[in-house]
Ligand binder design. Sequence first.
Ligand code: GDD
Ligand code: MN
Length: 366
Amino acid sequence: MILILIAIILGFMHFGVPLIYYWYLKTNWYNKPWNIDIDYNYRPEVTIIIPSYNEALFIEKKLNNIYEQNYPKKLLEVMVVDSASNDDTIEVVNNWSKKHLDFKLQIIVESVRKGKMPAISKALKYVTNPVVILSDADSLLNNNAIKNAVKYYADSSVAVLTSSLKYYGKKQYVERNYRRFYNVIRIAESKTHSTPIHSGVFQAIRKDFIDRCGLPYHQGIEDCSIASYAAFCGYRAIQLDDVWASEPLRGNYFKTKIRRAQHNIWNFILTKRYALEKGVYVESSFDKIWRIEWWLHIVNPWLLALSAVLLTINIAFNQSIVAIILLSAGLALMVLNIFRTWITQQTYLLVAMVKNIWTKKIVWNR
Ligand code: GDD
Ligand code: MN
């Protein structure tokens, strides 16, 4: 009986904490103003870095999408940084460039593939503009994305911006639920101070923040680490509700989700320590967000796993009716999309944590 009681308490905590957090953010913060000095007329020069590895199928669409941005072309510059693609990516980019001579475009070619972030670091060395946007080759932005984003940079406390996300392609229904829930949380967190979860589909960075603090460089460094690091440096790192990006899910869905979860876990394990060691850490209300998200990513998934294990033990050894009812209720709830999405997400986090024990760095294939 005591084991069942523990299982029930763990289950309540597992589902209760995120639900209360969601409800708290939605009612208290989601509709609040930004508390940022926005200037709608601010028009800085912007460099867009597109990392590419075998993107021949997408890159032309991507360049067209940037070309169609509602932003003065003379203020824009694109850098495609390619890591030894073995398809026609470079050729497609070169051809596109020849047809769009009114547009500044540079191609940086790496002869060896070391991964997305090393490629981006290389490109960053050439950036002189005050705003740099990292954007995946397979993602598309709404036409006002850049215009809507830069207005926040009129306020010097804002360092990193990310878009809200939409998905298209297979598994869309799962991702839609997942995104609807998380977009609310991320935007609300952003209004309190910052959100530690960003996406490389669109991530804008203030150049003078990089000049002052550098970018983090630890294992598994990714979009989220850049955002969290900036927040620890005392800047705002926010998800916007007026910039949208959509991306397809390509290749093996399960593998992709695990890899992304691995990056999230590394962020929560390493970024704060990195900022502290570098001596750039500034205390702020972001620490509260960090603690909760840390709990939700690192601890909370284990509560669910433990609860399920305890119930199973009870069924196996005591044929406990209560345990059978609880576990079957859990399984039955899997018919609900939202519940299934949640459970699979928890599974990805658990697998990712275990996998991180032996993964050194991630250069991924689709
Ligand atoms: N230059 C370069 N070198 N680019 C790369 C490399 C590389 O070794 N590997 C991947 N890329 C590029 C891809 O061409 C694409 O533009 C972008 O990095 C993201 O890769 P995808 O293959 O589309 O992965 P994703 O959709 O799962 O990416 C998401 O998760 C990643 C972290 O796991 C996004 O949020 C990424 O921004 C994020 O880095
Ligand atoms: Mn992608």
